[in-house]
Design a protein around this ligand. Sequence first.
Ligand SMILES: Cc1cc2nc3c(=O)[nH]c(=O)nc-3n(C[C@H](O)[C@H](O)[C@H](O)COP(=O)(O)OP(=O)(O)OC[C@H]3O[C@@H](n4cnc5c(N)ncnc54)[C@H](O)[C@@H]3O)c2cc1C
Length: 335
Amino acid sequence: MARVATLTYLYSRAEFFARVPLPAEGAGNSSEVKHARMYPRPFRYHRAGSLSEAVNMLEQAGEDARLLAGGQSLIPLMKLRLASVAHLIDLNFIGGLSYAKEEDGVIRFGALTRHAEIEDSAAAQTVPILYDCAAGIADIQVRNRGTLGGSLAEADPSGDWAPCLLTLSTDVICLGPQGERVVPLAEFITDAYTTVLGPAELLREVVVRRPAPRSGGAYLALKRAAPVYATASAAVQLTLADDDTCLDAGIALGAIGLTPIKAIEAEAEFRGKQITEKTLESAAQAAMAAADPQSDKRGSAAYKRTLVGVLVRRAAEIALRRARGEKMEAGHIYA
Ligand SMILES: Cc1cc2nc3c(=O)[nH]c(=O)nc-3n(C[C@H](O)[C@H](O)[C@H](O)COP(=O)(O)OP(=O)(O)OC[C@H]3O[C@@H](n4cnc5c(N)ncnc54)[C@H](O)[C@@H]3O)c2cc1C
């Protein structure tokens, strides 16, 4: 929890109103506000015209620069002064970054693809775990602004996208001063609120391999209300052989550790076997053992561990039925 505390230490020093300098004359696409009363600490606003310009801006501005995508995590943090940002680099005026398109067996999402766009995409119709996740995030206002890229870059331990996409074959394309690199999602998030992105690097695209035929998945998250993060979540993605033996299984857990957890032992309980009451139970038990929950206002660690077992079992049952071709609704569950 020490790392989470690093995020919150700023709060103790927060003043809710600040006097900040006036915009410099002829400041071009950067601006500063003077003598305005505002919640966040003073910052300079920059409007990037392209992703490579955003990288240059990040490089020049140094470590206190942050990119603005949907603003659904960053703006509240700035407003509460939990995030201290000297330079805000806005990606929203760069065209062509919001897409969900399929080509050559892969689905590509841009740096500004909003949750709502994924919810409405053709990809989400045929890969239902994407729909389960996108349609359940917060409320429509947040889904219309918030982005998949921002969610992965934020690496919030309670974020929905990372556990969902960990059950699919997902790569993150990063762009920095040295060019592009491809990072498997499993290696992208390294700790709570921490990714492999360097200070001048950004997430350019998320690439998801289309699941094989006879695949099905489900993402379930238990929440107290729409605009709060889940108490715990589970994603299960299965691929079946013609005789219904499980060829491949992906299981990931969210909100029950500092990072999303790939439940490898639970996956092994399904692979090469028929999915029966017995394998469902042993996978649920293995997932509970893999969880690393903390007690907090959402529930005790013991409650969350039990919840993980229930969610994995239910998600696996839905994934199995979907892999067999059944149409079923699933997603966020409200307690
Ligand atoms: C009321 C409310 C409820 C919410 N509930 C949920 C929920 O149930 N589940 C859930 O998953 N999320 C939830 N969220 C968060 C939401 O999904 C955000 O959209 C998401 O976490 C961040 O995406 P964003 O586009 O808004 O990013 P921003 O807030 O703009 O940015 C977040 C961070 O990522 C960085 N960043 C953004 N884009 C890039 C990029 N391309 N490359 C590198 N760094 C980048 C920013 O610099 C910043 O540090 C909620 C938010 C609110 C306000």
